[in-house]
Design a protein around this ligand. Structure first.
Ligand code: HMG
Length: 389
């Protein structure tokens, strides 16, 4: 039985900073950000968005026919949750008025949480082929003003519907994961920004790429010629180039050229949105579909997921005949072109004006945006949300 991704929804907040502006403000060469790191813009998260609203807004972008009474499981993968106990997935079920006869829970393992959710959903549908699952990777990447990781911040969510006979991507039964306890990036409880060793994390990521691809090829006898595109978790788009370069010595010229061109298309949305942690790999799948008009139904796509701490996993899937219609491509272009550019001072003010963690009562002022769901504030210890509909 074929199981995989039936449809995808994407959401990112309506503010961004241009990274040339940020480079000037930080005294760096703009080319370091746009070429050396490979980012053009960075999403700025308003206080009206948290991982719950990002997730609900992404699921709200799914095609109307993709969520129905077959829904049996709702998973949010995130590393920027707003509650130590209650799952964001439960709030998503409520906000979207989903069928309540579901399992709803969150998964955490840094940027790997979305993939853990997707593959758990695949197994769930394999056991219950009449059911579907909703998996949402939702995150806000915050490193701090003028920090080493600042230029790699971002925010957004990607919603994936997993079903039998999926219309977008059939997942193969070839997922291979590698786990090793390393201190490259982590966020102890109570901290609002991570402890990160940026250069070490980059080399750890490449070490995982090498290990996982070598073992996958020896176990599954796949070759680079089998893949129309290789997608990578993109904390910043240069990371994808580094990963492909690490694999390139074993590629012929035609494979290298094809995979390089497709990776460039798969990087376009990340260049504008930034790191969205759990959703980044799936943002690159959306980007490939929106930006590359040469991929076809039947093409095999390889996906490499990496979550610091660390877990790396590679798996693949085959595009289905209706794949291009299972993402609202026009809606994504509209959402991005409606974004408002902030200057660096405005970004810094927004960065520090978030709803503080904790449980004190507060109200978040309403903001003009196209988002259906937004954070209203906190009352009686609990966050509450606005629904514009
Ligand atoms: P940095 O020290 O600011 O930058 O850190 P750099 O000095 O290493 O320079 C970056 C690149 O720009 C270099 O290229 C320079 O040569 C180049 P590279 O050697 O890497 O190819 N450069 C220039 N290029 C053109 N013109 C110029 C110029 N100047 C310099 N004028 C770093 C950069 C990414 C490390 C930092 O931003 C950071 O710490 N980011 C956060 C950590 C991160 O993203 N790590 C990635 C791997 S871990 C991961 O993916 C997991 C993660 O998503 C979290 C999770 O799992 O939850 C992060």
């Amino acid at each position: 039985m074929d199981i995989g991704i039936d449809a995808i929804g994407l959401f990112t907040p309506h503010w961004y900073v241009d990274l040339v502006d940020l480079a000037h403000a930080r005294g760096d060469e703009p080319a370091k950000y746009t070429i050396g790191i490979g980012q053009d813009q960075m999403t700025v998260t308003p206080a009206t968005q948290d991982v719950v609203t990002l997730a609900a807004n992404a699921a709200n972008q799914l095609p109307a026919d993709s969520l129905d009474e077959r829904l049996g499981m709702v998973i949010v993968g995130s590393e920027s949750g707003v509650d130590e106990s209650k799952a964001a997935a439960i709030s998503v079920v409520k906000l979207l008025h989903l069928n309540p006869w579901v399992r709803a829970f969150d998964i955490k393992e840094a940027c790997y949480g979305g993939t853990a959710g997707l593959l758990a959903a695949r197994d769930f549908v394999a056991a219950h082929p009449d059911k579907t699952a909703l998996v949402i990777a939702s995150d806000i990447a915050r490193y701090g003003l003028a920090s080493g990781g600042e230029v790699t911040q971002g925010a957004g969510a990607v919603a994936l519907v997993v079903s039998a006979q999926p219309k977008l991507l059939v997942l193969h039964d070839d997922a291979l994961a590698y786990t090793e306890d390393i201190p490259d990036f982590f966020r102890p409880t109570g901290m609002t920004v991570p402890v990160v060793d940026g250069h070490y994390s980059t080399s750890a990521y490449l070490d995982f790429v090498g290990k996982v691809f070598a073992r996958h090829q020896s176990q599954h006898h796949d070759q680079y010629g089998d893949y129309a595109a290789l997608l990578f978790h993109l904390p910043f788009t240069k990371m994808g180039k580094k990963a492909l370069a690490a694999l390139a010595p074993a590629m012929n010229d035609a494979d290298h050229q094809r995979l390089t061109e497709r990776l460039a298309a798969a990087s376009q949305l990340s260049r504008r949105i930034g790191n969205i942690y759990t959703g980044s790999l799936y943002l690159s799948l959306v980007s490939l579909i929106c930006e590359d008009k040469t991929i076809r139904s039947g093409d095999r796509i390889g996906l490499f997921s990496y979550g610091s701490g660390a877990v790396g996993e590679f798996f693949s899937g085959t595009l289905q005949p209706d794949f291009a219609n299972r993402i609202d491509q026009a809606g994504i272009q509209q959402m991005l072109s409606a974004r408002v550019r902030l200057n660096v001072l405005e970004y810094e003010q927004v960065f520090t004006a978030q709803l503080p963690l904790g449980d004190a009562d507060a109200t978040v002022p309403v903001e003009e945006s196209t988002a259906r769901f937004s954070v209203g504030g906190r009352a009686n210890h609990a966050r509450w949300y606005r629904d514009q509909q």
